[in-house]
Design a protein around this ligand. Structure first.
Ligand code: GRF
Length: 199
């Protein structure tokens, strides 16, 4: 599987994916890493690892389309089978998504459809749920609502705040993302409406 990574910050999910490839747990090759921020720790890591790393700063473009067309240009050259959003803090336009239908995946730090959008862990604390987790899903035109590939759960403890819960969820994100990509890489699945069915 040829894999592109889009990120905006820390890049711990990217690191977990890369580590899994190195360990031999994920049959994939990272063909490019693209960040929209020059100071993203994840893009520095990509450079250190010798991976093709690109910074396309969205603030340098007058429009979303202008920024996306530059990102799409890099992707066209890299020819990924799948694009993994790993803490990519930009909404993708319908045109971008249509260029890679059911080939863009995202990770979200809640059990979707609960708590979409920003600050999912704080939303979970405020709501008072006893269980939360993470979701790897296909990206479609809906916000955090594309077909679900993998979910993993964590308990919410009485003394948790958003940051302690986020740390517990993040450990599971790293496992979930690798599992989801391994399943996609195997090719043994189909998308039946909202349902991702593995065989
Ligand atoms: C993760 O919590 C992920 O679920 C969310 O953004 C965060 C990215 O973390 N979409 P990292 O950059 O992968 O460390």
């Amino acid at each position: 599987m040829r894999l592109a990574i889009l990120l905006s910050g820390r890049g711990s999910n990217f690191a977990a994916i890369h580590d899994a490839i190195v360990r031999g747990d994920l049959d994939a090759e990272i063909v490019c890493v693209i960040a929209n921020r020059a100071n993203a720790a994840g893009i520095e890591r990509a450079r250190i690892l010798g991976l093709p790393a690109h910074v396309i700063d969205h603030r340098a473009f007058a429009s979303r389309e202008g920024h996306e067309s530059e990102v799409l240009h890099i992707l066209e050259e890299a020819r990924p089978d799948f694009i993994a959003l790993a803490g990519y803090m930009r909404l993708l336009s319908p045109a971008f998504i249509a260029a890679y239908p059911m080939r863009i995946v995202n990770i979200h730090p809640s059990l979707l459809p609960a708590f979409p959008g920003v600050d999912a862990q704080a939303q979970a604390i405020a709501y008072g749920v006893k269980i939360s987790g993470c979701t790897v899903h296909f990206v479609d035109e809906t916000l955090d609502a594309g077909p679900i590939i993998v979910q993993r759960t964590v308990p919410v403890r009485a003394d948790d705040d958003a940051s302690t819960l986020a740390a517990r969820i993040l450990d599971e994100e790293h496992v979930a993302y690798v599992e989801a990509l391994a399943r996609l890489s195997s090719g043994r699945y189909r998308v039946d409406g909202r349902r991702v069915v593995f065989s």
